[in-house]
Each structure stands twice: as structure tokens, then as C-alpha cells.
Design a protein around this ligand. Structure first.
Ligand code: AMP
Ligand code: GLY
Length: 420
């Protein structure tokens, strides 16, 4: 289960999730160095960046071989769906992340639904639609609000939830193939499970905030904040979801000859009828990872290496710090639409500030993407962690920056209720 002592780990991606993963991996005593490809201004300051495109399997595998990396960790979905993990493993290098075939569980909403149906996993009723007539018939089958999902990857922006039938039809038209599904009513949970295909190790349940504005107003984004653990969630949630969702899903994928190893992200709604799957992702979630890893005490590289080498059953149980963690995302003006870029960002090179759309330029940090940084803080309870995260965020200056002011607020006030 131990990693090779003095190991180099290559982290693939350029988001705040990758910065947080690299930070947790570097804190593992068995890790000597961490390289990020392509990384951002934050990972350049803390580690070393290599200018390799995350989606280029051959280039990533070449880089890993040049570095004599003992482990490659692939953060985002696009390289996974493109087969970058396969390319790394073909070189005989341990890789944390599923094959392209298994990553289809995220890459195609229709495939995910097919697996769930075959595995008997609770999820929303749905219809797959390829044209406007089919979409209209599907909408007739459900009460509003309507849920329309682009079948393909869309960086968290492919889903429209609306009670306006015209908006639902227009979104479907702009996507091509869509899944139209029943609205699941209840608070959402993100449960991350590390797996080698057989053994499953759940992390702390977290909640993220997908809408741009306070009180869940505005468009969906890649995520504007997160917190963990969830004071309102049933104590057996993780074990229930592992038993009822994760294990049957892994069994079904293995049966099809596409075993899943890496991180299975289960997005759930806790409905009156129990937890139901909203989505699967084939990777750590962003920004939940930044909050979850802030509470993880167990050295992360050892656990990821054990999963990547099929020996997760030998890993000791995870240890967690007491208290809570809160992450608030600072996004550029215009996000989630075309975001402004090229602005100087001050006060962002600090522990707990995980970088995403930033680049280093003449000793300055410059905005170069939609989500800029994910500011994370911990505290003895959720209220304290929330205060600390917002205090830390207040030290960062960027023109036109936007953030939500209500991350974790409903949970602090005890207003999140699981329907019974
Ligand atoms: P997804 O990309 O599938 O995670 O969807 C993005 C967001 O849309 C989710 O986090 C939910 O907030 C919302 N959503 C998706 N599917 C449903 C559903 N069936 N019922 C209610 N909300 C949904
Ligand atoms: N937090 C949502 C996602 O990573 O897809």
C-alpha cells in the first residue's frame, strides 16, 4: 500500500481542484516532489508547472516517464473521457483516474442512466430525446419544474432547470441530444468515493452551490462554493449510498468489461423517497474537493496510490480532522458567460487560496479564466469556518470579481431540511 519513498507525483489539470489535490499530495511524507500539468499561477508558486496540455494523452505519458513519476493523478473529466489515464497506464505508470470507457459514466448522461437502470440504482425517471417532437412529448410526461440535460460534457453548464416550457424547449434545441428527466426535490449532496474497482472508500459528504447568485439565483456554473461535513445529513448517508448506489454501479461497470477505478462522484438529492442520483462524475468535484481535503488527515498520496494499484483494501481507514471546512469561489466578471481576463489579482498567493483561472505574468497573478480562486478555511464549527473563509476572501482584490455571500449560510442557520 505504501508509495515508493521519494516519489514524484504528476497532477494533471489547471483548476483549484488540482491545486488542492497537489497541496494534499505534497503534504504526504512519501512524496518528494509534485509537478502540475499545465497548472496555474498558484501551482507554479507552490510546486512546478509543466506546459503540457491535459488532454494530450501521449504528451502526459511522455512527461510522466521523463519525470519518472511514481503516480499520475488526473483531475478533470475532459482528459479522462479522452483516454489520458489509459495512455499513462500503457507506459506502466500508476495512474489515479478511470479509463475512457469507464469515464463514460460522466461523459454521456444517457450511458449513466443506462447503467443506473441496469444496476437498480435510484434516480430520476427520464426520456432520451433527439428532436423537438420527442422533447415536447417528454415534457408532457413530467410536472414542472422541467430538467433538461445536454447528453454530452458541458462543464457543469449543460443542465437547465426551469418551469418555463419555452426555455426548456429552447435549451433542448441548442443541445441536440438531451435527457429530459423528473425533478428531484430535496437538498443536494456530493459524495466522493475512492475506489480501485472493488474496495470503496467514501470521503466526507459535501454540498456545493451551482448557481451563480445568492439564494440559488442566476445561471448554473461550475460551482461557486462548498462546505463539509453536512450537519443536517443522516449519519448513515455515506454507508447507505456506498451500498445502494456505488457498489451496484461498480459491479455493473465491471460486468460490462469496463471496471471503474479512480474517484466516483455521486451527486444526490435527498428526496422524500430516499437518496436519488442526480449525476455521476468520474473525478473529484470542484469546489467540494477543496473543502473535503482541508479536513483529511490521512496522507492522500498513499490512498490514491493504493487505489491506482488495486490495493485499496490494504489501506488503513481514513482519518478526519474535527470541525468544518468552507470554500468560496471568486469568479471573474462575466462568468459563466465569456469572462473578462487580464486583470491583476492581489493577495491570492496564500495557503488556503486554491487557484484556477490564473496565470503568472511578470511576477504578478493575472486572471485568465472564469473561476479564479477557491478560498478555503476550516474552523471548529461551520459558522467559524464560514467566517474565516469570507475573511480570507476579503483580502483578495480583483476588478469585477464576483462571489456568493451565502455559502453554507442555510446550514449554519439550521435551515437545510431533508424531506420525510
Ligand atoms: P448535473 O450537471 O447533472 O449535476 O446538474 C446540474 C445541477 O442541476 C444539479 O446540481 C442540480 O442542482 C440540478 N439538477 C440536475 N438534475 C436534476 C433533477 N433531476 N432534479 C433536480 N435538480 C436537478
Ligand atoms: N461541483 C460540481 C462538479 O464538480 O461537477
Amino acid at each position: 500500500m505504501a508509495t515508493q519513498p521519494g516519489m514524484t507525483v504528476l497532477v494533471v489539470g489547471n483548476g483549484a481542484r488540482e491545486h488542492a489535490l497537489a497541496t494534499a499530495i505534497a503534504a504526504d511524507p512519501s512524496v518528494e516532489s509534485v509537478v502540475c500539468a499545465p497548472g496555474n499561477a498558484g501551482t507554479a508558486a507552490d510546486f512546478r508547472n509543466a506546459p503540457v496540455a491535459a488532454e494530450d494523452g501521449r504528451a502526459v505519458a511522455d512527461l510522466a516517464a521523463d519525470l519518472r513519476a511514481g503516480l499520475v493523478v488526473i483531475g478533470p473529466e475532459v482528459p479522462l473521457v479522452a483516454g489520458v489515464a489509459d495512455a499513462v497506464r500503457e507506459r506502466g505508470i500508476a495512474c489515479f483516474g478511470p479509463s475512457a470507457a469507464a469515464a463514460r459514466i460522466e461523459g454521456s448522461k444517457a450511458f449513466a442512466k443506462e447503467i443506473m437502470a441496469a444496476a437498480g440504482v435510484p434516480t430520476a425517471r427520464f426520456h432520451e430525446c433527439d428532436d423537438a417532437t420527442q422533447v415536447a412529448a417528454a415534457l408532457d410526461d413530467f410536472d414542472p419544474p422541467y430538467v433538461i440535460k445536454d447528453d454530452a460534457l458541458a462543464a457543469g453548464k449543460g443542465v437547465v432547470v426551469t418551469s418555463d416550457r419555452a426555455i426548456a424547449l429552447a435549451h433542448a434545441e441548442s443541445c441536440g441530444s438531451v435527457v429530459v428527466e423528473e425533478f428531484l426535490d430535496g437538498p443536494e449532496v456530493s459524495l466522493f468515493c475512492i475506489t480501485d474497482g472493488t474496495t470503496v472508500v467514501p470521503l466526507l459528504p459535501a454540498q456545493d452551490f451551482k448557481r451563480l447568485g445568492d439564494a440559488d439565483s442566476g445561471p448554473n456554473t461550475g460551482g461557486m462554493g462548498a462546505y463539509c461535513p453536512l450537519p443536517w445529513a443522516p449519519p448513515t448517508l455515506a454507508e447507505d449510498v456506498v451500498r445502494d448506489v456505488v457498489e451496484p454501479t461498480l459491479t455493473e461497470l465491471a460486468k460490462r468489461g469496463t471496471p471503474f477505478s479512480g474517484l466516483l462522484y455521486v451527486g444526490l438529492a435527498l428526496t422524500k423517497r430516499g437518496p436519488a442520483v442526480i449525476e455521476f462524475n468520474a473525478r473529484f468535484g470542484d469546489p467540494e474537493t477543496e473543502a473535503v481535503l482541508a479536513l483529511l488527515e490521512t496522507p492522500l498520496a498513499c490512498v490514491l496510490y493504493a487505489a491506482a494499484t488495486g490495493r485499496l483494501a490494504d489501506a488503513p481507514p481514513l482519518r478526519w480532522r474535527a470541525g468544518s471546512a468552507v470554500t468560496v469561489v471568486l469568479a471573474a466578471g462575466g462568468y459563466p458567460g465569456p469572462a473578462r481576463s487580464g486583470d491583476a489579482i492581489c493577495g491570492a498567493l496564500r495557503p488556503g487560496v486554491f487557484h484556477a483561472g490564473t496565470s503568472a505574468c511578470d511576477g504578478q497573478v493575472i486572471s485568465s479564466g472564469g473561476r479564479l480562486v477557491a478560498v478555503t478555511a476550516t474552523g471548529p464549527d461551520l459558522a467559524a469556518a464560514r467566517d474565516a473563509a469570507y475573511r480570507s476572501l476579503a483580502e483578495i482584490e480583483v476588478d469585477g470579481g464576483q462571489f456568493r455571500t451565502d455559502i453554507a449560510l442555510a446550514a449554519v442557520r439550521g435551515e437545510v431540511v431533508v424531506p420525510t
